[in-house]
Design a protein around this ligand. Structure first.
Ligand code: MOS
Length: 744
């Protein structure tokens, strides 16, 4: 990819991906690709009803089918020790009790795993699974948010209490006001790689699992808790992960089912979800209804903002999102009130999906701001700048860094915003209606805890290790980039090892925090290793650096050099040699201080799009995308640019295609395959220009980097909806914006 595509004069590095060749040639191995001797194959049987009890389940035919090794269901399942003591094998998102696979006859959702069939081949397991016959006592189910709004309730805990700043519903008395409702349907992550688990036991109390997971340590912990095993006896490997977007943040029931089956038959078991099972067993972005009220003075100063949201969870767990939180901090407005409620439905538990909460909230808020801009007859970019929050109005704290105004400017220049005729339905491109739209959004930037081990080898190369997974963004590459600068060694001499739970503990990859959290630990361990080398170099008899002060040493390009005498230098490898060491090793645990109590830390992005709408067919095409991001210091321009592209592509899906349609009569999702559930393909994706402010945040971490994965998506669907309005004069407030809605 050409470097100039991302922008001019950027400081960030642009290392090629260290694993790029493995990924594009197919050499990279995913969880379902380990050919373990004696491997057997597991297929899940699913509930066909949404709520009730299994009255009878007949597994005899399946058990007698050729090649079948076992059929496990609630009637014969070995007890899972962690389930008995009440330990949660997979921590619930914010409340409730995780679903306990095969432990009782209760049905909580359609598509629930009710049995697992294991056979010597996949085909035999798949066939035998069709022979399991189940009779249910069916109860009446509820799966619709719209039909059950009266049952919406506050989630548990103070975080979700109704929020008021100033006067509630002040918008109602404003000289200019708008009020609108917005709907986002269920959306499903659908990473390319299917969720898969390959598990084998060595004896009674030791198990190895190849798993699609965004956190090898969190998966390890879940399995430890479920099966009451010691940490060193649960080995989780995730060498490569083919996308997650949040679906691989939790340890789902099918993982426990595979580990259980492997234990029962004492053979390696591989369980791969089918694409349709990916729609019910690994979470989804919950359906949401939102209402926004905005009031302003005629010159565009916001005087009231009200944001209400209703979303869904399962009956057994409470899943919540910060859907309305964006409205508390995005704009300077002294009268803000928000409310967030959820409805417990007979569905599987939703989960975090790219930009969780913020992507949902930003869709409504950023469409509403656009609606207000037309009501006021003020340019949408100008309206946002007028209401820019100079400090965090929710916490009354300064931002650690904020270059949102620069993002508006950079993005507007690049899309050619000044060529836009502000009047809706006024521009054309041939026979197509042309529209310009924009949307923006924040995502909290934070730094968690990580441990990294650094080993300097005799040949002067550096190995770094931490138990994290890379679900796609290129974690090892970014870490090599950080170490290159922090340690003073060319990138081709640095290796970053991950995907193995036995390495020093690293964070789960989620919430746009990996670079901040893990990168800080990489930085800190590199500095600690330099200190150790310096001690050796200045104390060793015969060293040219003998008696030098450590603070006078410079570490660069694999040499320690005396600051004022470039001839006095020692190669890193020679430090080891002089001290008869085969390697030098440091492990460093690293975490944030109390910065977050003094500052509000967020990344910001502004998305600009041009859309074309075919007036006769209602087809929407995205013509051009410019995303300008303030994500602090950019560690790697290539991987950062790819993050933006990925987020924008998912945003195109969210805006125009993705629709988890439920048939509420049966409580079942009907668009449970990639023929009916549409996602963007290459032909739907135009040129995407990613622009970065690339200024370091002085507070958050030693690199000055903020998060990037979520802001690539947050606010994008609103930009498209706003552009469609500009092109056509039609305001579509329910995603996705499909031709039927535009023609209707
Ligand atoms: Mo992401 S929803 O933090 O995987």
């Amino acid at each position: 990819m050409a470097k100039e595509k991302f922008s001019e004069g950027q400081q960030g590095g642009a290392l090629d991906r260290v694993d790029g060749k493995q990924k594009v040639t197919g050499a990279a191995k995913y969880a379902a690709e380990y050919k373990i001797p004696g491997l057997t194959f597991a297929v899940l049987v699913e509930s066909t009803i949404a709520k009730g009890l299994i009255k009878n389940i007949n597994t005899k035919k399946a058990e007698n089918a050729p090649g079948v090794l076992t059929v496990i269901y609630h009637g014969n399942a070995p007890k899972i020790p962690g389930y008995q003591t009440g330990d949660n094998p997979a921590k619930p998102p914010t409340g409730g009790e995780p679903f306990r696979v095969f432990q009782n006859a209760r049905i909580y959702f359609a598509g629930q795993p009710i049995a697992v069939v294991v056979a010597d081949t996949y085909e035999r397991a798949l066939y035998a699974a069709t022979l399991v016959k189940t009779v249910y006592n069916e109860d009446e189910h509820r799966t619709s948010v719209e039909a059950n709004k009266d049952k919406a309730a506050l989630p548990s805990g103070p975080r979700f209490a109704d929020y008021v700043r100033g006067e509630a519903n002040a918008y109602k008395n404003a000289p200019v006001k708008i009020e609108a409702e917005y709907i986002i349907p269920v959306e499903v992550h659908n990473p390319m790689e299917l969720h898969a688990t390959t598990a084998f036991w060595e004896g009674e109390d030791k198990v190895t699992v190849y798993e699609k997971t965004q956190g090898v340590k969190s998966t390890q912990k879940s399995i430890m808790d479920a099966f009451k095993l010691k940490e060193q006896n649960v080995q989780v490997n995730a060498d490569f992960v083919g996308g997650g977007f949040g679906s691989a943040l939790r340890t789902w029931p099918h993982v426990i089912a595979a580990v259980l089956a492997a234990k029962k038959i004492n053979k390696p078991v591989k369980l791969v979800l089918t694409r349709s099972q990916m729609f019910t067993m690994v979470g989804y972005r919950p359906y949401s209804w939102q209402k926004i009220g905005l009031g302003a003075t005629p010159d565009g100063k916001l005087t009231g903002l009200t944001h209400e949201a209703i979303s869904e969870t399962s009956t057994y767990e409470e899943f919540t999102e910060r859907t309305v939180d964006i409205s508390k901090m995005m704009y300077g407005c002294s009268n803000v009130n928000t409310s967030y409620k959820i409805i417990a439905l007979d569905k599987s538990t939703p989960t975090w999906m790219r930009g969780p909460g913020e992507a949902t909230g930003a869709y409504a808020l950023e469409c509403a701001i656009d609606e207000l801009s037309y009501a006021l007859n003020i340019d949408p970019v100008e309206l946002r700048i007028k209401n820019h929050a100079d400090i965090d109005p929710q916490r009354n704290l300064p931002w650690s860094s904020k270059y949102l105004k620069e993002c508006y400017q950079k993005g507007a220049d690049a899309i050619g915003w000044n060529k836009r005729n502000p009047k809706p339905h006024s521009m054309r491109d041939g026979e197509w209606q042309l529209g310009y739209g924009m949307g923006s959004g924040p995502f909290g930037a934070s730094r968690g805890r990580a441990t990294v081990k650094a080993i300097l080898l005799a040949n002067g190369s550096l190995v770094l290790q931490s138990a994290v997974s890379d679900s796609g963004p290129g974690t090892a590459t970014s870490m090599v980039g950080i170490a290159t600068e922090a340690f003073g060694l060319p990138p081709n001499k640095i290796t970053f090892e991950l995907g193995d739970s036995s390495l020093p503990p690293g964070p789960t990859q989620g919430g746009s925090t990996t670079t901040s959290t893990l990168g800080s630990a990489v930085h800190d361990v590199c500095v600690a290793l330099q200190q150790k080398m310096a001690e050796l170099a200045v104390t060793k008899e015969g060293s040219v650096l003998k008696n030098a002060k450590p603070e006078d040493l410079v570490f660069a390009k694999g040499f320690i050099t005396l600051k004022n005498d470039a001839f006095k230098k020692v190669a890193y490898a020679d430090v080891l040699k002089q001290n008869n060491l085969s390697e030098l090793e440091v492990t460093k645990d690293s975490q944030a201080g109390d910065e977050r109590n003094k500052y509000s830390m967020y990344s910001f992005a502004v998305h600009f799009v041009q859309v074309l709408v075919q007036p006769l067919t209602g087809v929407v095409r995205i013509k051009k995308v410019v995303t300008a991001a303030d994500a602090g210091k950019i560690i790697n321009l290539k991987t950062a640019g790819s993050q933006i592209m990925g987020g924008v592509v998912s945003g195109i899906g969210m805006a125009l295609m993705e629709d988890g349609v439920f048939d509420h009569r049966f409580g079942r999702i009907v668009t449970n395959n990639l023929a009916d559930y549409h996602v963007p393909v290459s032909a739907d994706v135009p040129h995407i220009q990613a622009l970065f402010i690339d200024k370091p945040d002085p507070v958050i971490n030693p690199m000055g980097s903020k998060g990037l994965g979520e802001i690539a998506n947050v606010g994008f669907a609103a930009a498209v909806a706003n552009a469609v309005y500009h092109a056509t004069g039609k305001r579509i407030r329910e995603l996705p914006i499909t031709p039927d809605k535009l023609l209707g």
